[in-house]
Design a protein around this ligand. Structure first.
Ligand SMILES: Nc1nc2c(ncn2[C@@H]2O[C@H](COP(=O)(O)OP(=O)(O)OP(=O)(O)O)[C@@H](O)[C@H]2O)c(=O)[nH]1
Ligand SMILES: [Mg+2]
Length: 201
């Protein structure tokens, strides 16, 4: 049976954050890298998450419940979006900080990387931040339909050197590696979380 995604909660402000006592895998990455498109691809639905060709479309944390497994995929607003005001950008940063720091349920961060670009400083900063928070990283290279296999492999190798794990190349447009992606996002396959759950039983 295919997994189903349902939007359960949308959070714009810090005071809307509340504990959801279920494992959460976050989708993080630069604005426009394809986070919301990947939600739609995983869900096999065109308009579950709002997408846009102009960066900064997602402005809230969106919690999608994965049925029948009872965990959440959380679509985060992108970072590095230059067109909104500094105050607004600072507000987003605070919201994400608060969400991550007060949250024992974050199982992993799926970090989305644009397959057309070599590693960028703001991606490296994000990865360093997750490592600092002890959050396991699941690297994913998006928009693979736009790149040639040879060029993509070069970028993939560069990321592998940095992360010690090869990113999964996906395309929301063609559905490339969709099943592998679902397997990668299987919350029970993330060892750190399985260990935590066993200990608390
Ligand atoms: N060709 C192609 N285009 C894609 C793919 N994924 C996303 N896009 C396009 O990239 C643009 C941005 O996609 P979004 O899914 O809105 O990106 P996002 O990371 O959610 O962006 P923010 O919400 O601004 O953080 C849209 O025009 C999408 O159609 C892909 O796999 N292939
Ligand atoms: Mg988005």
């Amino acid at each position: 049976m295919d997994n189903t995604l349902t939007l359960i909660k949308t959070v714009y402000e810090i005071n809307q954050l509340e504990e959801l006592a279920a494992p959460q895998i976050i989708l993080a990455g630069r604005s426009n890298v394809g986070k919301s498109s990947l939600i739609n691809c995983l869900a096999n639905r065109k308009k579950l998450a709002k997408i846009s060709s102009s960066p900064g479309k997602t402005r809230s944390l969106n919690y999608y419940e994965v049925s029948p497994h009872g965990y959440f995929l959380v679509d985060l607003p992108g970072y590095g979006y230059a067109r909104c005001s500094k105050t607004e950008r600072a507000k987003w940063g605070k919201l994400i900080d608060k969400y991550l720091l007060d949250n024992p349920h974050v199982a992993a961060a799926a970090v989305l990387l644009d397959s057309r670009h070599t590693p960028q400083q703001n991606d490296l900063d994000l990865i360093a931040y997750f490592r600092h928070c002890n959050i396991p990283i699941l690297p994913i290279m998006t928009k693979s339909d736009k790149t040639k296999q040879r060029d993509r492999a070069k970028v993939q190798n560069k990321w592998e050197d940095i992360l010690k794990v090869k990113p999964l190349c996906v395309s929301s447009k063609t559905g490339m590696n969709r099943t592998r992606l679902w397997n990668m996002l299987d919350v029970t396959a993330i060892p750190e979380l399985a260990d935590i759950e066993e200990e608390s039983e």
